[in-house]
Design a protein around this ligand. Structure first.
Ligand SMILES: [Zn+2]
Length: 431
């Protein structure tokens, strides 16, 4: 079995303090040692940081072909949803074939994720998903099937689909775990969410749901009025019997708490009581912050510091390229570091690695550089300067991920790591 040791200017194990001039040792697919020095020969990677591979817990890869986010920064959210729906219709319409040459949006998104260091994803896939796309490129994680339904007929259809997907996953497990995503409180009825949460508890799968994303959603839940109701009416799906106003995000948190794991996506407008509820359920519920997508819509400042102070378990996502220029989670981590000076670099690193792995039920094998875990790690180029907090060498910088290793195998390299990758592969081939 191949054994390698890699030395770097800093190693960030995440489950303990950064190690200057540290050494990461790997045997086969697993980490065997993380230390200050080792007796065996090392490959010195130079002025880089070795981090666990990143975990991006919220994507919609179907939009990965978009050259830029839809609409304009700060636009009305309901108008943005209209733009998303129009784009989705175009992508699945009869003229679609031929318009998009090359790899599918999902494959493009997986490749982009891999090349920027994210090898584990929480992906929300719509019902037109193509299983083969997800098997082609390296990142894995959880596919949350999107559930949208307000009518009784639609809800029954969706529950049948959920049961079929669970049965199929049990019969033939794939590299991806399955989960379900009731889309949002204005597009998934309380009855649908309750039934799916009960099934999640019985069959042990995770849920993800957009919640408290906009002020318009909070107002809609309270009063049943506003731009989101207009959107539903316009699409002919408004069903007043689905909503017993006044409602609030807390009502949905209580339903989702039944699932063995639940990702609360965005939560931009959760109040203190709702954050406390999440803190109380931090073993099973994760708040998902999408830094640049949050900024794109010009929301009120994100309550990240308050959430962390309260004990909420927070992980990070990019969301899709319909609201973020790319799928580079490291850029989102750096953006979050800038936006929230009171939140430490160590906390940002945890959110983008170990917390994400916990949120996707993968922390037994990923998310930190711990002995026995999978050897999935990245190297990030570091600036020449010193910093009292080594985390800021990674976060107060624009330098890229230059090497990505999954399960002990190098899968991507750029810049000077290209030559190193070649050497490594040659050695592995002959050894
Ligand atoms: Zn989303």
């Amino acid at each position: 079995m191949c054994h390698y040791s890699f030395k770097a200017r800093f190693i960030f194990p995440v489950d303990r303090a950064p190690i200057a001039e540290g050494v990461l040792s790997v045997e086969g697919h697993h980490i065997t040692q993380v230390a200050r020095r080792t007796k065996s020969a090392v490959w010195d990677l130079g002025n880089v940081a070795i981090l666990p591979a990143l975990v991006n817990v919220h994507t919609h890869l179907e939009f990965s072909h978009l050259p830029q986010p839809l609409g304009n920064p700060g636009m009305c959210f309901a108008d943005w949803v209209r733009a998303v729906l129009a784009n989705r219709q175009e992508a699945t319409g009869p003229e679609q074939s031929g318009r998009l040459s090359g790899p599918s949006p999902v494959v493009r998104g997986l490749s982009e994720s891999l090349q920027t260091g994210s090898v584990t994803l929480g992906e929300v896939a719509n019902t037109a998903w193509n299983e083969k796309d997800f098997e082609q490129v390296c990142p894995t994680g959880t596919i949350f099937f999107e559930l949208i339904g307000l009518s009784e007929t639609r809800i029954q259809e969706l529950i049948s689909t959920v049961l079929e997907l669970i049965a199929a996953a049990k019969q033939a497990p794939t590299r991806w775990q399955i989960g379900f995503s009731p889309h949002a409180p204005y597009t998934a009825s309380g009855s649908l969410i309750t039934q799916v949460a009960k099934l999640a508890a019985i069959h042990k799968f995770s849920l993800a749901m957009h919640l408290a994303e906009t002020r318009a959603e909070i107002d809609f839940l309270r009063e049943g009025r506003g731009p989101l109701r207009e959107l539903l009416e316009e699409r002919g799906v408004w069903n007043s019997t689905c909503f017993q106003h006044p409602l609030r995000a807390l009502d949905y948190l209580k339903i989702l708490a039944e699932a063995p794991r639940a990702l609360i996506v965005h939560g931009n407008y959760l109040d203190q009581e709702e954050l406390q509820f999440l803190a109380k359920h931090s073993e099973t519920m994760t708040l998902v912050y999408c830094p640049r997508t949050h900024a794109y819509f010009g929301h009120s400042p994100y309550p990240l510091f308050q959430a962390l102070q309260s004990g909420v378990h927070v992980a990070l996502g990019t969301d899709s390229k319909a609201s973020n220029p790319d799928l580079n989670l490291l850029t989102d981590m750096r953006f979050a570091r800038q936006q929230h000076p009171a939140v430490t670099g160590d906390q940002i690193l945890r959110m983008g690695t170990l917390h994400g792995a916990q949120a996707l039920s993968a922390a037994d094998r990923l998310g930190s550089l711990s002995v026995g875990k999978r050897a999935s790690w990245i190297a990030v180029e570091l600036p020449e300067r010193d910093d009292p907090d080594p985390h800021d060498l990674v976060f107060q910088s624009l330098l890229p991920v230059s090497l990505v290793v999954v399960d002990g195998k190098p899968v991507y390299a750029q810049g000077k790591m290209g030559a190193f990758l070649k050497k490594w592969r040659e050695e592995a081939g002959t050894g």
